[in-house]
Write a protein that binds this ligand. Sequence first.
Ligand SMILES: [Zn+2]
Length: 110
Amino acid sequence: MSPSLLYHAFGVREGYESVRTDYQQGAVQFHLAVKADQFVCPSCPSGNVIRKGRRERSLHTVPIGLKPVLLVTEVPKCACKDCGAKFEIAPLLPRRMCITLKSSRRLPTR
Ligand SMILES: [Zn+2]
């Protein structure tokens, strides 16, 4: 997945890079990792940060054709070696997109 397509089609801006694409249970899953330049302590400007685990989050985004699309991102848990702060790094993702009642009236019915 090119960074350009992630940005223009799905609204993923800086802070993430694509690591792989999976096709599971009829859905397309784009797996994103936090870029190395995001590992900076929010309490002090130090980049002397170590990983202390991670979790994942998933976001439904606009479908490709009839296939649902998920953005699966890692959320690294980190600690600052200079000031001792513990924090997670989660650059902003686009807001969840859904069909409103008004826009659904414009969709063709089967
Ligand atoms: Zn710090």
